[in-house]
Write a protein that binds this ligand. Structure first.
Ligand SMILES: Nc1ncnc2c1ncn2[C@@H]1O[C@H](COP(=O)(O)OP(=O)(O)O)[C@@H](O)[C@H]1O
Ligand SMILES: N[C@@H](CC(=O)OP(=O)(O)O)C(=O)O
Length: 448
């Protein structure tokens, strides 16, 4: 039995949904289908989820954006019309959007999560009707009915353990089950979404709960590449990766799979296969527990920009018990999460995602750290990028850092920070964002 997730690009229009139908029909093991909201049809297009968020934000400032509203409705209307499905489905989708718009006026968090979920919900209603129209027994299953219970963290829910037993019960149901991804329900019954890209998480949770043999994740590329294909042309395809490698790579920028989506599948040892809806007969990339045989030590090079480095120095920092804790506590009290915290004898850097410490918060953070920790110097450097080299076996290899620094030197890129990940399958470099592309290209040529 398989759980299959189709991402936004796979359900972007009627033609893509026809391909999805063929993929489901071609394999009787494909029992549960998790879908995203319609994604981009071309590079200048908008994702439905982005449109729904923009619509919700317009309501927050009391001017519902009718242009965006019409765009969303027309998007679903054209899919339904082209697939010759019952227009009642459009009424259902429209009602859910209208109800969510109303909810935003009284409860912003609940309302925003409700409106964000309408894209996935609409796709699931459409796909289950489409499968039925093709003589395939199928039903729409709402996450509440499926038993996807989550924590009450709007826009960032985490799955609750009780979900898994409920999901196992779905095995008893007949026909193909279509579940909208990206959201679950609190135990009190409120709808809460996962973080962006979270339909991958739904797929993994359902796969783990149902203890299936395989979790297939269909997207718009033939495989996971060893580097972002937007940065390097025709990069090497990865046939196999371990869960640990994929988690590190997706956390550090491989947007093809959500970094939080590996854990549920990993706990049940369910292999994950990334495949292409536009080329379903290709092998794709398998994500498994055991280290695959491969040439070279580095599996992939991930990169992401939008970081800042909060740097503090204080003479004899090493002798001051609790310095790191106090520094991180100030960040905690200011509601700022951090990504990495490499430290030296007299200094410490805290790497933070730029949007977690916006310029308007900077003054208060600098003032508190200066006063409360009596530091010698403090600075915040924005526009930083992180590059992560990932590969099982890297920890035991000699010369990986040497090869990497050679690549940075060849590209004439200064390294601001190096951190060997404590998982020992990764090594991270901090550089200026403006130099990201040439650094990644140089690393690719050095390692592959
Ligand atoms: N290392 C990588 N390997 C493959 N794709 C990658 C990688 N890094 C980034 N991507 C991007 O991820 C995209 C697929 O993810 P996403 O847009 O979330 O798809 P979906 O619409 O299926 O959810 C690809 O089109 C590609 O541009
Ligand atoms: N539609 C949601 C969830 C998701 O997983 O989308 P996609 O499969 O297009 O990455 C988002 O855009 O965040």
């Amino acid at each position: 039995m398989k759980v299959v997730k189709f991402g936004g690009s796979s359900v972007a229009d009627a033609n893509q949904l026809k391909k999805v139908t063929e993929i489901i029909k071609s394999d009787a093991e494909r029992k549960v289908i998790v879908v995203s909201a319609p994604g981009k049809r071309h590079s200048k297009d908008s994702k439905t989820t982005d449109l729904l968020i923009a619509l919700g934000e317009s309501i927050q400032v009391n001017v519902q954006n009718q242009v965006i509203y019409d765009q969303v409705i027309n998007r679903f209307a054209s899919i339904i019309k082209e697939l010759e499905l019952d227009e009642v489905i459009l009424d259902q989708i429209q009602k859910r959007i209208d109800d969510s718009c109303q909810l935003i006026k009284t409860d912003i968090d609940r309302g925003m999560d409700a409106i964000k979920s309408c894209g996935e919900d609409g796709t699931a209603l459409i796909l289950s009707a489409l499968l039925q129209s093709k003589e395939l027994e199928s039903s729409y299953v709402n996450p509440k009915e499926a038993g996807i219970f989550v924590s009450d963290q709007p826009g960032g829910a985490l799955v609750l353990d009780e979900s898994f037993d409920h999901l196992y019960e779905l095995r008893k149901r007949d026909g193909v089950l279509v579940i909208p991804g990206f959201f679950g329900f609190t135990l009190e019954g409120d709808l809460v979404t996962f973080s962006r890209g979270g339909s991958d998480i739904t797929g993994s949770i359902v796969a783990a709960g149902m203890k299936v043999d395989l979790y297939e994740n269909f997207t718009d590329v033939d495989s996971v590449f060893c580097v972002n294909p937007m940065i390097v042309d025709n990069p090497k395809e990865l046939k196999t990766l371990t869960y640990r490698e994929m988690r590190e790579l997706s956390y550090a920028g491989f947007s093809v799979f959500h970094d939080e989506a590996l854990i549920p599948a990993f706990k049940e040892r369910i292999p994950v296969c990334i495949k292409n809806t536009n080329n379903p007969s290709g092998d794709g990339t398998m994500i498994v527990a055991d280290l695959p045989e491969r040439e070279g030590l580095v599996a992939g090079i991930a990169s992401d920009s939008g970081f800042l480095n909060l740097y503090v120095s204080k003479y004899l920092m090493n002798r001051e018990i609790g310095f790191g804790r106090k520094l991180l506590q100030i960040l905690e009290e200011e509601g700022i999460s951090f990504e990495h915290a490499p430290s030296g004898i007299d200094d410490m850097s805290v790497i933070v995602r730029d949007h977690h410490l916006p310029p308007e918060k900077e003054e208060v953070v600098i003032e508190r750290i200066t006063k409360e920790l009596d530091v010698d110097t403090i600075s915040i450097e924005r526009d930083m990028a992180m590059i992560m080299l990932v590969g099982e076996g890297m920890n035991e290899a000699i010369g990986v850092a040497n090869k990497a620094t050679t690549a940075f030197r060849d590209a004439n890129v200064n390294i601001d920070m190096i951190n060997q990940g404590s998982s020992e399958v990764s090594m991270m470099f901090g550089i200026k964002s403006s130099q990201l592309k040439k650094a990644v290209q140089s690393l690719y040529h050095e390692f592959f």
